[in-house]
Design a protein around this ligand. Structure first.
Ligand code: ADP
Ligand code: ASP
Ligand code: MG
Length: 407
């Protein structure tokens, strides 16, 4: 007998029929003698609907109230799933994040979990009940409702699994595992049996939204066995695990991409000490996160300075740069929000040279211009025009031998 934490995403609980199907699945695990804690997301589309509703009242909703609102999505599904379980003779109890003391900091809409009190959950499990917990939410020490950022139910599940020392945390979603790249974009993508925490963390940070970044961080830190599987078809899914010898064989494990970026350049900046901080200081002060940064070698005592930000912050960043440009006596500001970032990820990169040149050559052969490049130990990222996203990802997927054999 094992203790399993299962998380079902929005599509998996997207209708009454699907909720019933989830209940049947959960009951089967329970009937097999396991203790089961279930974390659910809001029904698909619901969180977006609630955010839009809020914005129809207030352009920038008060963060505290927005959290109160969006947290209701998950409260609906915990109740419905518990009813569905009860209906098929499987005793269950639903709880909001606050009720099971998922304590977070007070940063609304991207709160971090600090502590979970497992007492209530354990007491229910001991009585043979399935415990159904609302994902994505917690409360701060003053009892204010908080949410954990988009995709946060993954993190709720992993945090609960860590707190309960569960034998496995199973993330059920609408694909049957982690693929070499998003299977909705590249049909030749291949399911991975296993991927390391480190690689999964890079994939998630570079745009593969199959798991929320924090859930992977948490699982790595607390050693939670984490598996991604389909709630629609049977299969072993993908295990996120520690690195072992065999895994070193793969040069590239996956390709991630991010459509949420925008690029800004300050042209003709005087090439003096302190310029980078004069440009990025005000950006940081405005709470805008910067991703890639490039400064060209100076010519004529001036240089160009380019960086990328999230598209949501594009307008705000442009406004700031207009001021900075005048203060610095720079020539101009240019910008582009029709760009994407494509990244190769693999622990195998550590021990192999030549990956970058293969990547650049493959893109060049398709006439894809690279606008920015950045590398780290286990990843290489390029920024290209948005229109080349699919072609670029497909090209690299083939160039690095990731395509599945045609059947
Ligand atoms: P859920 O609602 O269950 O949390 P998400 O939409 O958050 O589901 O995550 C699943 C989606 O992640 C898939 O439908 C797929 O399009 C996308 N995805 C992106 N990259 C990958 C990848 N490398 N492997 C599998 N799925 C991926
Ligand atoms: N419902 C939340 C969202 O759509 C949390 C989640 O699904 O994980 O982001
Ligand atoms: Mg998700």
């Amino acid at each position: 007998m094992a203790l399993i934490v299962q998380k079902y995403g929005g599509t998996s609980v997207g209708s009454a029929e699907r909720i019933k199907a989830v209940a049947a699945k959960v009951k089967k695990w329970r009937d097999d003698g396991h203790d089961v804690v279930v974390v659910v997301s809001a029904m698909s589309g619901e969180t977006n609907r609630l955010i839009d509703l809020a914005k129809s009242i207030q352009a920038t909703p008060v963060p505290r109230e927005l959290d109160v609102l969006v947290a209701t999505g998950e409260q609906v599904t915990i109740a419905l799933l518990s009813m569905a379980l009860d209906e098929i003779g499987c005793p269950a109890r639903s709880y909001t994040g606050h009720q099971v003391h998922i304590l977070t900091d007070s940063v609304h809409s991207k709160a971090r979990i600090l502590e979970i009190d497992d007492q209530r959950i354990r007491a229910d499990l001991a009585k043979g009940r399935v415990v159904v917990v609302a994902g994505f939410q917690g409360s701060d020490q003053d009892g204010n409702i908080t949410t954990l950022g988009r995709g946060g139910s993954d993190t709720s599940a992993v945090a609960l699994a860590a707190a309960l020392k569960a034998d496995e945390c199973q993330i059920y979603t609408d694909v049957d595992g982690v693929y070499t790249t998003d299977p909705r974009v590249v049909s030749a993508a291949r399911r991975l049996d296993r991927i390391t925490f480190e690689e999964m963390l890079e994939m998630a940070s570079l745009g593969s939204k199959v798991l929320q970044i924090r859930s992977v961080e948490f699982a790595g830190k607390y050693n939670v066995p984490l598996r991604v599987l389909s709630s629609f078809v049977e299969g072993a899914g993908t295990l996120i695990t520690y690195e072992d010898e065999e895994m070193e064989d793969a040069l590239i494990s996956g390709i991630a991409f991010n459509r949420d970026e925008a690029k800004l350049t300050v042209l003709g900046v005087p090439d003096h000490p302190g310029v980078a901080s004069k440009i990025l200081g005000p950006i940081g002060k405005a709470n805008i996160e910067v991703d890639m940064i490039i400064q060209n070698t100076g010519a004529d005592d001036t240089t160009d300075f380019t960086f990328t930000v999230h598209r949501n912050d594009y307008a705000a960043a442009l406004k700031i740069l207009a001021k900075v440009k005048d203060e610095l006596g720079a020539r101009a500001v240019s910008s582009d929000d029709k760009i994407v970032k494509i990244s190769l990820v693999g622990v195998g990169m550590r021990s192999h040279a030549g990956i970058a040149s293969t990547m650049f050559e493959a893109l060049a052969n398709e006439g894809i211009n690279i606008r920015m490049i950045s590398t780290s130990e286990i990843k290489i990222s390029v920024v290209v025009d948005e229109k080349y996203l699919e072609l670029g990802v497909r090209t690299l997927h083939s160039a690095f031998g990731l395509d599945q054999a045609p059947n």
